[in-house]
Design a protein around this ligand. Structure first.
Ligand code: CTP
Ligand code: MG
Length: 227
């Protein structure tokens, strides 16, 4: 199943505390952003990449694309204040396609198998998101006191990619913008329209590089994969 991918890359990486966009930090000498881009560059089902960038970082990113021979990027629209705005800016710039994936540029370990499964379920059902089962006991806490222990069997930790029929996500993003709804993922926008979203079991290795220790885990995953 062919698809185009939107990669929001216009964050500042505050929790990483590196004083720059964390996507430029290296994992085994290659910037995180380039690890992610190479996955989609190599996936034959991916027919186009849309990268939301900060305008002041655009020239540097274009240099990186050349240096790492990334050829599938169709546009680098300006990102927005929040991640959702950055994604929307790409959706507005795109031509109509059948299936669109949204994937955090900060998740450089997604596999082609999971991508293919998501694209397939999105084609059949409209919306499919990657997630893994919660491993720890989950409790709701008020202040410092346990309010409730939540039954774990139905709890999933949600990741990206999130895959959709393009017109469904485009409509959901337009509606969210119109009413000023801000979600923490794309699925929330589609759920609001009353549309079912399906889960595809992903991998615990599909980490988002968020804080400093993630870089250590990330390098360990890369070392394991090259050996
Ligand atoms: N992102 C974006 N536009 C924003 C905020 C985030 O395109 N306004 C992107 C980030 O570049 C990242 C992805 O969305 O690839 C996931 O966001 P997150 O991990 O939160 O990254 P940052 O926002 O950069 O980090 P932080 O929240 O710690 O500042
Ligand atoms: Mg953020």
């Amino acid at each position: 199943m062919q698809y185009e991918v939107v990669l929001p890359a216009a964050g500042s990486g505050k929790r990483m505390g590196a004083g720059q966009n964390k996507l430029f930090l290296p994992l085994l000498e290659k910037p995180i952003l380039m690890h992610t881009l190479e996955i989609f560059e190599r996936d034959h089902h991916c027919t186009g990449i849309w990268l939301a960038v900060k305008p002041e970082e655009k020239a540097f990113i274009e240099e990186l694309l050349e240096r790492y021979h990334i050829t599938k990027v169709k546009g680098l629209p300006a990102g927005g204040e929040e991640r959702q705005h950055s994604v929307h800016s790409c959706l507005k710039a795109m031509e109509q396609v059948e299936i669109v994936l949204v994937h955090d540029a900060a998740r450089p370990f997604i596999t082609q198998e999971i991508i293919a499964q998501l694209a397939k379920v999105a084609y059949e059902e409209g919306a499919a998101i990657a997630g893994v089962r919660a491993k720890d006991t989950m409790k709701k806490v008020r202040g410092t006191v346990i309010a409730e222990t939540i039954e774990r069997d139905s709890l999933w930790m949600i990741q990206t990619p999130q895959a959709f029929r393009f017109d469904l996500l485009a409509e959901a993003a337009d509606v969210a913008e119109k009413v000023g709804f801000l979600g923490t993922d794309e699925a929330m926008l589609v759920e609001r329209l009353g549309h079912e979203v399906h889960i595809v079991e992903s991998s615990y290795e599909n980490l988002k590089m968020t804080t400093q220790e993630d870089l250590l885990f990330g390098e360990a995953i890369l070392r394991k994969r090259v050996n």
